[in-house]
Design a binder for this molecule. Sequence first.
Ligand SMILES: [Zn+2]
Length: 265
Amino acid sequence: MKVFILVDMEGISGICLEAHTTGGTAEYEMARRWMTQDVNAAVQGALDGGASEIVVADGHGTNGMYNLVYHDLHEGASYIEGSPRDWYIAQLDGSFDCMLMVGMHAMSGTPRAVLEHTWSGERWHKARLNGRETGEIGLMAAYAGSFGVPVTFVSGDLAAVTEARQFLGESLITACVKEGLSRYAAKLLPPQTSRELIRKGTAQAVRAAGEAKPYIVETPVALEVDYVRNSHVDVIRAAENVEFVAPRTVRYSGPDVPSALHLMR
Ligand SMILES: [Zn+2]
């Protein structure tokens, strides 16, 4: 059983401040240790559930995409860190039996969602995949789905796990580690409780991977992005297969999800 774990930072246990997720602060240095502990809980859970190989990919943009604390990592997995990388989950392919998502956040505009955004908080307002408003959970699940890999577990705040179930089905196994009161405030679970939820959830999710269905969207694919400023779209005007459907809304078209996402990048 081969398991891919994608980890982001905003939905990690204990995190609710911008300073937790931006490099160069004392809060960030503390928060990356919490992130490492959530990942370790997920790795232990995946092993408990029967994983024979585990690859973890750090998907949070801060600090050159090297957020996990190396010397504290669980021995049961390998870890993809740093940048540039051709794509932050490029090592995911059809050889994996499932993908687990740890530390996820809700899409841009979701109320009472900790550090909600889609891709880039400063540059992106909203994104639609084949007309449906979609955040990073849906986009990454669709990316994995194009390789036939199901997402079987999502951890994050209440808004993130609710969004995940809306996209991936009510039977999705989730770990809700905090409840957003606003973008920068949350009701937090204590760390041990939170990591126990992650460990138990990932174990169950790996055991159930055989019956899980990948998230498949119709092809060809249209990804539309509403940008915040003209300066964000001026650089895109000359690109091929790119269409302006409104002054700051760009449509990226491709035969499948990976090609539309690669074009967007
Ligand atoms: Zn992030």
